[in-house]
Write a protein that binds this ligand. Structure first.
Ligand code: GDP
Ligand code: MG
Length: 436
């Protein structure tokens, strides 16, 4: 989707004003990109019509570059489609009861753990996880593993085959034991079926949750929309959790779910680890879909994890053009603390494209670290001295190939350039970079 939209917005580059012709041309591409990402036809068409009207209406704004104006219009409109504002989670009630719903494999159990962890650390709550998936023996176990990982207690009754009863008892248990949030994980099926719907509807009715969340795999595209509709018809849920939005995102589901069920997307899952959870920000998602990268999230996460002193030192070095491989190494160590590399790279503007041919997994760090360790101090501070024979020596010393060394040098250059841009001039330069 991102690539297609890039192309579409590219059409406008170099044109002096927004005329009906190039607007139509651009929006045709935008619509095609949306359809390709499984946005349903009606939504895509309405979307492009709205943008078209606005674009033509703003023809008078001659001070703005038409390309930038289009980017802004498409972006704002996309954000609007996905809800405009960030929707919070209702934490009232004593305890707050949160019910998970969704198909099997959508990520309910994983997300239950992530949410418990999130509430525990961010909102200083004391959550209890409840295992109401009574069909697969492994399901209860899975929740216990998750609970152990994050240090959250799990309520389960392996011999009880009545999910309504388990959920009610769990809530009573929570009240008696000082838990203020109860997260109820339920069973799913591979496809919508009546037995599943009745069961979850019964649990829902019996425990009357403050929040009923519908969990859906973002990669299921148009199916995600149909499933959302079926669950919403039955449960009238409060919000959507979009999982598996890792790295190369397909934004289609986010766009159409909101327009079909008119419920806010509240959280996204961006990986299998327990900290791979983010509050859903429509504007940022629009940015991300448009290939601008989720910069704000990245910066926020970085701020949480980065050593500020270290960051300031590095900033100075970037400003003075002294950023070297030693700093890169310490950056890598910082990044490792922040979560998976793939998540992070996905958020850097342009990086998805630039690093597409590089296989990014967390093991990739090992090779990188080995290569840097094989460099001399001079090579680390002045990478430009690294010539052919030095590359051979470094490759040998680190047990890698010259090709890998080259790749790292290329990556390093891209990264330093990117950082320089983020640092000086901020948004304006970023826009220029994206425009190119
Ligand atoms: P459930 O059947 O709805 O409870 O789904 P699970 O929580 O068991 O998740 C199914 C699979 O999806 C597991 O392998 C999870 O690790 C994986 N998964 C869940 N959420 C995410 C996510 O946000 N990103 C990725 N990459 N995998 C996820
Ligand atoms: Mg499960």
């Amino acid at each position: 989707l991102t690539e297609k939209l890039d192309k579409a917005l590219h059409v406008l580059k170099g044109h002096g004003s927004i005329t009906e012709v190039n607007v139509a041309e651009t929006l045709k591409e935008v619509r095609r990109a949306l359809l390709d990402a499984d946005v349903n036809f009606k939504t895509a068409k309405e979307f492009t019509n709205t943008v078209k009207e606005k674009a033509l209406g703003q023809n008078v704004l001659t001070t703005l570059q038409p390309g930038q104006l289009m980017v802004k219009l498409v972006k704002d409109e996309l954000a609007d489609l996905m809800g405009g504002e960030t929707a919070g989670i209702n934490l009232s009630g004593a305890p707050t009861v949160i019910l998970m719903s969704g198909l099997q494999g959508s990520g309910k159990t994983t997300f239950s753990g992530k949410l418990a962890n999130y509430l525990k650390t961010k909102k200083t709550k004391k959550p209890l996880l409840v295992a109401c998936d009574i069909y697969r023996p492994a399901a209860i176990n899975q929740l216990h593993v998750v609970g152990d990982q994050i240090g959250v207690e799990v309520y389960s009754e392996p011999d009880n085959k009545n999910p309504v009863d388990i959920a009610q008892k769990a809530i009573a248990y929570a009240k008696q034991n000082g838990f203020n949030v109860v997260i109820v994980d339920t069973a799913g099926r591979l496809a919508i079926d009546e037995a599943m719907m009745t069961e979850i509807a019964n649990v829902h009715k019996a425990i009357n949750p403050q929040e009923t969340l519908f969990v859906v795999d973002a990669m299921t595209g148009q199916d995600a929309v149909n499933t959302a509709k079926a669950f919403n018809d039955r449960l009238n849920f409060d919000g959507v959790v979009l999982t598996k939005l890792d790295g190369d995102t397909r934004g289609g589901a986010a766009i159409s779910i909101k327009s079909v069920v008119d419920k806010p997307i509240k959280f996204i899952g961006t990986g299998e680890k327990m900290d791979a959870i983010d509050v859903f920000h429509p504007a940022r998602m629009a940015d991300r879909i448009l290939g601008m990268g989720d910069v704000v999230s990245l910066v926020e996460r970085a701020q949480e994890q980065f050593d500020e002193e270290e960051a300031r030192k590095i900033q100075k070095k970037i400003a003075k053009n002294q950023f070297g491989f030693d700093d890169f190494l310490s950056q890598i160590q910082q990044v490792k603390k922040m979560g998976s590399m793939k998540d992070l790279v996905g958020m850097i503007p342009g990086a998805g494209k630039a690093l597409k041919d590089v296989d990014i997994d967390d093991d990739a760090f090992k090779g990188i670290e080995a290569i840097i360790h094989s460099m001399t101090p001079t090579e680390r501070t002045q990478p430009s001295v690294i010539n052919g024979s030095r590359k051979k020596r470094i490759a040998k010393g680190s047990g890698t190939s010259v090709q890998q060394v080259n790749q790292l040098l290329k990556q390093f250059n891209q990264m330093s350039k990117m950082m320089k841009m983020m640092q000086g001039g901020g948004g304006k330069k970023m826009m220029q970079m994206m425009g190119n």
